[in-house]
Design a binder for this molecule. Sequence first.
Ligand code: ATP
Ligand code: ATP
Ligand code: MG
Ligand code: MG
Lengths: 269, 269
Amino acid sequence: LGRCITVASQKGGVGKTTTAVNLAAGIGLAGSKALLLDLDPQANATSGVGESKYTFASQAQRSHSRYLERGKNSAFLEALEMEAGLLPFILETEFENLWAFPSFQELSDLQLIGSLQSKYINKWKFHLEVLRKHFDFILMDCPPSLGGIPTLALSSSDAVMIPVQCEYYAMEGLSQILPVIEDLQATSRPDLKIAGLLLTMYASELELANEVVGEIQKYFPRLVYRTIIPRDVALAESASHGLPIFYYQPLSRGAWSYLELTREVLGHE
Amino acid sequence: LGRCITVASQKGGVGKTTTAVNLAAGIGLAGSKALLLDLDPQANATSGVGESKYTFASQAQRSHSRYLERGKNSAFLEALEMEAGLLPFILETEFENLWAFPSFQELSDLQLIGSLQSKYINKWKFHLEVLRKHFDFILMDCPPSLGGIPTLALSSSDAVMIPVQCEYYAMEGLSQILPVIEDLQATSRPDLKIAGLLLTMYASELELANEVVGEIQKYFPRLVYRTIIPRDVALAESASHGLPIFYYQPLSRGAWSYLELTREVLGHE
Ligand SMILES: Nc1ncnc2c1ncn2[C@@H]1O[C@H](COP(=O)(O)OP(=O)(O)OP(=O)(O)O)[C@@H](O)[C@H]1O
Ligand SMILES: Nc1ncnc2c1ncn2[C@@H]1O[C@H](COP(=O)(O)OP(=O)(O)OP(=O)(O)O)[C@@H](O)[C@H]1O
Ligand SMILES: [Mg+2]
Ligand SMILES: [Mg+2]
């Protein structure tokens, strides 16, 4: 059965999407079947692998589903009601062993209705279990929040990976997300693990970055990944080309660090 | 009557908080009475001026308000019902002409209930009008989203300032926020202006940054600010000291660029 990790942080711009895209691509290159599931209405992970956002409404129109009677907003929830679930909406990307479930228009509507009613959470979990039979690894990208969508993603994940940009506000943000995860572990998800804290955008010449790395390694020695992602413009450039870093500049420091992370996550020590 | 600008973008980490804090401080130094209003549950703008987040619940306990019968979550909404509104919760900071309305715990609850019911939006607008009589300039910081809280902020602002980090995903994000603003202008807020697009974290040696600047200046010549904020670690460091940049490294490039922005926003050409 495939593993499922959510990449989450309410702090914006810490490298959630960059990590989800490049780790999924790295896992694919290592020979495992990877699915990148984009739950962010911004659809950055979707464009990061060269795909585009679509609407369930247009997809459902093609299959003449009964959603049409119930109005546009419920197209996604309608899809959850169907037997085939999320599978029909998954695309094969041009990258080795990498599939993608693109972000979709209706996702911004979900945000408005806050956390999903329990009827759908159970359907969501059911369909995620189906996906685990088809993929070795599922990585979910989330919007920068602790609201409805990240809660949905965490409801069906084995673990959560928290990118921590090597700056002050991102470090401060840990004091918000960690209690939320503890709450989930104490209530609905006792088996939810913290996969790890991933230090990102590390610029070794900056004192601030070294201070943050020192603090995180001191206070969270067992949670922090050994791999530290350096600040490398190649990672930002690859996003603008719709390519994971390995297919844009495989010899860059950014590519090297995400390869290291892939090995650490897959457990090759 | 004071001007009210919301700093918004659903893209995370583009410099919303850094801009709200430093522009508010710059306006204060220029002699106008400025209020920094932190509507982000992350409370970064609050800590960026050395203050801390609090809960309405504890504040209301001190004044034994009747909210205690209705349960914790409604403490903020309760405050909106009171005659004095938001004024009692405003603090004078140690910085010249700069006041702050700190972020508060209950804000994360608001996010869960999506956009505020119209009963409270009208009370919110009423209390904002009161604040305009006390301050020359009100700057509102928002979480990275287009949901309930930014909508609340935009409902009572004269204009919206959109920071655009000089990278691909942030530029892509304009295609999401601009239609949302156009919708608001076509419906509830015909007088809502776009104060401007502010290019941030510009690293002149990077080709990607120069490409983004070129695109934004080409496609939005009348919206983009002349001032471009450079990437300057002093800005990130000042946040960790709870100081606006002028009180941390007044001679830095970051300070200089926010002074330039202050002059441009105040209309001194
Ligand atoms: N290690 C890195 N070095 C340089 N640039 C990076 C790095 N990681 C990410 N970036 C760039 O920084 C910006 C923010 O990263 P990204 O969009 O992945 O963060 P995010 O947490 O997904 O943001 P959001 O909160 O908006 O979802 C992007 O423009 C990305 O290309
Ligand atoms: N011009 C700049 N140069 C260098 N660092 C900057 C600059 N502007 C902001 N930063 C730093 O970049 C990070 C992101 O900025 P900031 O937190 O202001 O963005 P934001 O849009 O408010 O993020 P969020 O979406 O989480 O609210 C912070 O660590 C901040 O200190
Ligand atoms: Mg993202
Ligand atoms: Mg912010």
